[in-house]
Design a protein around this ligand. Structure first.
Ligand code: FDA
Length: 570
């Protein structure tokens, strides 16, 4: 098929890419090609099993990207997982469906992205969603799951709901009582997907409740539509770089690919090339195509087509840790989708002082991030972003941490992370060879507030387990345990455990940021790459700031809106 031509080429058949391909191919006269490096995982039990989280890790459907050795975080490298399959990372993720705090999305507009705010994105969250009302499923009786219909869609492609293994033994209600009994109570929040996440909630997942299998982007947006004659997918096909048309404008006219048989070909696009290869790949594809920092490109003999030095910068992720406690009850093969989102006032006993101290440090943080990348991102822009983030935390009261409780066997596992770390790193190519691993450096824990918030979340979890009724239901803390990190330990006392045991939270974003060009943006508010006439990025790379919640719901919504932008409807 090497001489084929399509209207649109979508690079990456993952979470965002399949939304775009689906919506563009609704137009009968429009041909769409999706190029996907992985294959179909429709019948892969490591994907479909709703209790199989982690089974796909390290298999051939996991890119398992490696970071550089993390100098601020104990010195070792981290593995950042990402799905290599039709459906992308939605085929291996934790299926959690949690959006963002409204104020966080509003900040996208505040920083200069006209038209991007909670009010304009909420219809797209709903458009994609098919919430399965828990009242229809007797196995959810007594589980405590709930939702507010005002915030949900019921007719979209993506099934959202709960599994048949949802715990319904009263633990959800006991957790609620525990949160109410804290010295600073965390209130019950019936639906954390309505723009206010703060509180204790039971969250929905991307799951087919009827069949009790994972709902991924391919099941939602591709398989039911695979008979469309204008929708084409090339699986096991690796995109290497964009090809450019001759002429005064910078216009992409195709993509060079390596086919499954190992041969190289160029496939032509007459309208647009849309990058949806994920936050750790799309910026690298831009660099391989000559769009990026000329100093980096020239090292690998790549001619600069567009001088856009912030490509691959601003990489943000979160850091995930866990505490474990003995449980007096034995749990087997159950899911408990219990989350709490404390605000700064709830997490920090001295929130005002913490805020004042952080505010004083922001100029130095901005300078440190800028100098780490040779001032490619500028101190004054970073200061502005950090001040917006500070306002979100200390004025708008967004959640500053996420705490998940997962009973398993005779253990209460917790997973937690500070929601909005300040540290920023980068991803860049390491070679002109498109199959070479990129240099990924998230700079985990570069800034001390990130450790402070992570340590405070751990202290908060200890407090929860000392509060009734959970205190009566649980036993000793088995990890890290009081002999490893003493009661009342300061940040220094927590640092070894946190840095020795954290992992990537697998939420990398902002590597092709949607921001005004003068603030270091890579794409404009129509998601078009600056300097090009027809190249867009639509995946996690474009999110300008980290969101509380998890990424997929927001990525689906952004891609839904992007499709309307491309169609000229927004
Ligand atoms: P995505 O990774 O989905 O798509 C990129 C696609 O491009 C992939 O299919 C890839 O194979 C393909 N590709 C890459 N390079 C290519 C090339 N050169 N040529 C062709 N194809 C190429 N979020 C959430 O909301 N709830 C959760 O519970 C979790 N849990 C979670 C667990 C784990 C383990 C991970 C790794 C991530 C999560 N996430 C999550 C995050 C969330 O799943 C993730 O952010 C999105 O799925 C990313 O969507 P994108 O469209 O950006 O990329």
């Amino acid at each position: 098929h090497s001489d084929s031509t399509y209207d649109y080429i979508v690079v990456g058949g993952g979470t965002s890419g399949l939304v775009i391909a689906n919506r563009l191919s609704e137009q009968k006269n429009t041909s769409v090609l999706v190029i996907e490096a992985g294959g179909s995982v429709y019948n892969n039990p490591n994907v479909t099993d709703t209790l199989g989280y982690g089974k796909a890790f390290g298999t051939d459907i996991d890119w398992a990207y490696k970071t550089t050795d993390q100098e601020y975080a104990g010195g070792s490298s981290q593995t950042v997982r990402a799905g290599k399959a039709l459906g992308g990372t939605s085929t291996i993720n934790g299926m959690v469906y949690l959006r963002a705090q409204a104020a966080q999305i509003n900040a996208w507009e505040t920083v200069g992205n006209k038209g991007w705010n909670w009010e304009s994105l909420l219809p797209y969250y709903k458009k994609g969603e098919q919430l399965q009302d828990p009242a229809q499923y007797p196995f959810l009786d007594g589980s405590g799951v709930a939702f507010d219909p005002a915030y949900h869609g019921f007719t979209g492609p993506l099934k959202v709901g709960w599994t048949s293994t949802q715990l319904n033994d009263g633990l959800a209600q006991k957790m609620n009582t525990t949160y109410q009994n804290l010295e600073v109570p965390v209130q019950y929040n019936r639906d954390p997907n309505g723009g206010d996440m703060v509180g204790y909630s039971l969250y929905p997942m991307t799951v087919d409740s009827e069949l009790n299998i994972r709902e991924d982007a391919a099941r939602a947006y591709y398989y039911p539509y695979q008979n469309r004659t204008n929708l084409h997918i090339w699986l096991n096909t690796h995109a290497n770089k964009l090809t450019w048309k001759d002429g005064p404008e910078v216009t992409a006219n195709g993509v060079e690919v390596t086919l499954s048989n190992g041969t190289t070909a160029v496939v032509k696009a007459t309208r647009e090339v849309i990058l949806a290869a994920g936050a750790l790949k799309s910026p690298v594809l831009l660099e391989l195509s000559g769009v990026g920092n000329p100093d980096i490109l020239s090292k690998y003999g790549i001619a600069t087509k567009i001088n856009l030095p912030t490509v691959g910068e601003n990489l943000q992720d979160q850091m995930n840790n866990g505490l474990q406690f003995d449980s007096k009850t034995s749990y087997s093969n159950k899911s408990a989708d219990y989350v709490s989102y404390p605000s700064a006032a709830q997490l920090f006993p001295n929130s005002t002082a913490v805020g004042a101290d952080l505010l004083r440090k922001l100029p130095a943080y901005a300078a440190q991030v800028a100098s780490a990348n040779g001032n490619i991102t500028r101190t004054r822009d970073l200061y502005r972003f950090f001040k917006i983030q500070w306002d979100l935390i200390f004025k708008h009261g967004i959640p500053v941490a996420e705490i998940l409780l997962e009973p398993s066997g005779t253990t209460y596992d917790t997973e937690y992370w500070a929601s909005v770390p300040f540290s920023r790193g980068s991803v860049h190519l390491s070679s002109a060879d498109p199959t070479a691993a990129a240099i990924i450096d998230p700079k985990y824990f570069m800034l001390d507030f990130d450790l402070h918030a992570q340590a405070q979340a751990a202290r908060f979890i200890r407090e929860i387990f000392q509060t009734k009724p959970l205190a009566d239901m649980s036993g000793a803390e088995t990890s890290p345990g009081l002999s490893t990190v003493s009661a009342g330990a300061d940040d220094e006392g927590w640092a070894d455990f946190i840095k020795g045991n954290y992992r990537s939270n697998f939420h990398p974003i902002t590597t092709a940021a949607m921001l005004p060009k003068e603030l270091g943006g890579v794409v404009d508010s129509s998601l078009k790459v600056y300097g090009t006439s027809n190249v867009r990025v639509v995946d996690a790379s474009v999110l300008p700031f980290q969101v509380c919640g998890h990424l997929q719901s927001t990525i689906y919504a952004v891609a839904e809106r992007a499709a309307d932008i491309i169609k000229g409807r927004v």
